[in-house]
Design a protein around this ligand. Structure first.
Ligand code: A2R
Length: 314
């Protein structure tokens, strides 16, 4: 299969390229003008998804069998500060990609995976966990609203134009290389800095009571590949572990892996209102259609993320 990853310079793109290339798929990627992407065996194109004509030209040049659309403004906090840009990239950008598929000369059987987010479910009703794909999205922030919109447009285009569009709602994914604005990466980075003497032996934390569904990024990209091969057009799949874990227990595990005597202190700037106490994916559908289930334990993810930061801070 000839694959094209749009928006490959982010956290997930490198892992996905490695996964696809490792399984023999000829893979090309796109990045923004100023971004870095280092992977052997991979042609890199420059693309801004706000420019529809250049997407069409690229599709005609590459002629992909399957497109993974990862490009996004993926920060919730930036989505509050810049809702216009978030909507432009996540909604208009996705429309540009889908329209470019329809209008370019690429094979009509070519498929595309639109990456959405577990955030789309938003204010989950009490008792609705684990959340199935049929649950009505109630997005609680601008990022989530744009991703819910992306999923809706994907399903409408699949039906209206008979396109092979598949949607996922990916729950929290973690692993080495993730920015430390995300909780597991943040705690591991702080621990590594404490061990190397770069900060006092105190980890600053926000709310620890929320329960979230964490999946290793390497399992996530395996899910994307399997969905591309076996997923059904017009369908939406949850990608998650199916088990919510309390943030406090993750912190305990990380601190427990360090030889340093680490104290924990609440930092009010990290406190966010926890209006959704638990988010947990129901993964029956993806398992049924593709056989995917996560293989990497949270323990392993934490070990690898901690090692990543130990190497980085030294
Ligand atoms: O914002 P930047 O400079 O980090 O670039 C991001 C890029 N991107 C774009 N690419 C093409 N045209 C645009 N107009 C545009 N605006 C932003 O998409 C970044 O390199 C990439 C998305 O990567 P991340 O933000 O690291 O997301 P991640 O964790 O790889 O997640 C992949 C997908 C996203 O759709 C998330 O919303 C979803 O999974 O959870």
């Amino acid at each position: 299969m000839k694959t094209l990853i749009i928006g490959a310079a982010g956290f997930v793109g490198g892992y996905l390229a490695k996964q696809l290339i490792g399984n023999g798929h000829q893979t090309e990627v796109t990045c923004l003008e100023n971004e870095q992407f280092n992977a052997a065996d991979c042609k890199v194109h420059r693309l801004n998804i706000l420019d529809k004509e250049s997407i069409k030209e690229l599709f005609e040049e590459v002629k992909p069998d399957f497109i993974f659309h990862l490009a996004a403004q993926s920060s919730v906090s930036l989505s509050w500060k810049n809702p216009q840009l978030t909507t432009d990239i996540n909604v208009k950008g996705t429309l540009n990609v889908l329209d470019a598929m329809r209008e370019s000369g690429i094979d009509k059987s070519a498929g595309i995976l639109l990456i959405g987010s577990g955030e789309e479910y938003g204010h989950v009703r009490e008792g609705a966990c684990p959340i199935t794909e049929d649950e009505i999205p109630r997005p609680g922030n601008i990022y989530a609203a744009t991703k819910a919109c992306q999923s809706m447009i994907g399903s409408i285009y699949a039906r209206a134009y008979g396109m092979k569009i598949i949607m996922v709602r990916a729950f929290t994914h973690v692993g080495p290389g993730q920015l430390p604005i995300f909780v597991v990466s943040d705690f591991c980075k702080q621990t590594a800095e404490i061990e190397s003497g770069q900060r006092e032996a105190v980890i600053k934390v926000g709310n620890l009571s929320a329960k979230r569904d964490f999946t290793d990024v390497r399992d996530v990209v395996r899910a994307y590949e399997l969905i591309a091969e076996k997923g059904k057009a017009g369908e939406l799949y949850n990608v998650g572990s199916g088990h919510a874990v309390e943030i406090s227990s993750i912190l305990e595990k990380i601190v427990g892996k360090s030889k340093s005597d680490i104290k924990v202190e609440v930092d009010s700037s990290k406190l966010r209102p926890v209006d959704v106490p638990i988010i947990e994916a129901d993964t029956t559908k993806i398992y049924g259609d593709t056989g995917w289930k996560p293989e990497i334990t949270l323990e392993q993810t934490i070990d690898d993320t901690l090692e990543y930061w130990r190497k980085r801070v030294n």
